[in-house]
Design a protein. Structure first.
Length: 140
């Protein structure tokens, strides 16, 4: 298979799988950490209206979803790509980073969460994905 095609395929599959991980963890979040009483997290309006009720623990799963979606997506892109593996991984991570920026601008989340989310859930996870990917490929 042509390396350029493998790169595109890696990025595409990385984004899809990363989104699946993200959605899965966001969906699991309220089951593991119940939302505050009277909080409606089923709509964007309900989420916005309930944001002031949220405690730091309620932000753990969204952060983990963003971080793990970026990590898994970046790792898959790294492992599938034929050449420019780091570039492919960081394209996926940048895609998720843009989603994080959109999230921060659309939701009135606390400043501390915005800083932690944008600062730690994307670019560091891209670096970690490349590191893990390189280690995995050295063993094969």
């Amino acid at each position: 298979m042509h390396p350029g095609f493998k790169n595109v395929l890696g990025v595409f599959i990385g984004i899809l799988v990363g989104m699946g991980v993200n959605i899965g963890l966001v969906t699991l979040g309220p089951i593991l950490i119940p939302p505050p009483m009277d909080a409606d997290l089923t709509t964007m309006e309900g989420l916005e209206a309930s944001m002031h009720l949220m405690e730091p623990k309620h932000f753990l799963m969204p952060w983990l979803a963003h971080a793990m979606g970026s990590f898994v997506g970046g790792l898959i892109a790294y492992l599938i790509s034929g050449t420019n593996k780091m570039r492919s991984a960081y394209i996926v991570v940048f895609f998720f980073f843009l989603g994080g920026i959109a999230n921060v601008t659309m939701l009135p989340s606390p400043l501390w969460f915005n800083i932690v989310d944008l600062g730690l859930a994307y670019i560091p996870m891209g670096w970690l994905a490349c590191y893990v990917g390189s280690k995995l490929q050295k063993h094969h």
